[in-house]
Design a protein. Structure first.
Length: 101
């Protein structure tokens, strides 16, 4: 055990232990987003099923992508995506029941 008390409450007042949310550093977010854009530069839509604080979305937003996002907790200021506060797995199951192949 360390000497210092670990801070587990983020800036939005959410306990990381309850949500399982840990932010992605900017340099990693920018790298991942840029690599994905390189794989599919003409793609128009982006889906983030566990959006958190939208760390991965800024690059896509700057490139004019249409972004849908989900999370079980609204973490704060959503500015880059069409956000839905819902468990993505449950949403997917519901949609799968509606769609007839």
């Amino acid at each position: 055990m360390g000497r210092f008390e670990k801070i587990l409450i983020n800036s939005n007042g959410i306990d990381k232990r309850d949500s399982g949310y840990y932010s992605t550093p900017n340099f990693i977010s920018e790298y991942l987003s840029s690599e994905l854009l390189g794989l599919n530069p003409f793609g128009r839509k982006v889906l983030d099923p566990a959006v958190g604080d939208e760390e991965l979305l800024k690059t896509f937003f700057i490139h004019g992508k249409d972004i849908d996002s989900f999370d079980i907790i609204e973490h704060g200021n959503i500015q880059y995506s069409n956000f839905k506060k819902q468990d993505f797995i449950e949403y997917y199951k519901d949609q799968k029941k509606i769609i007839i192949f």
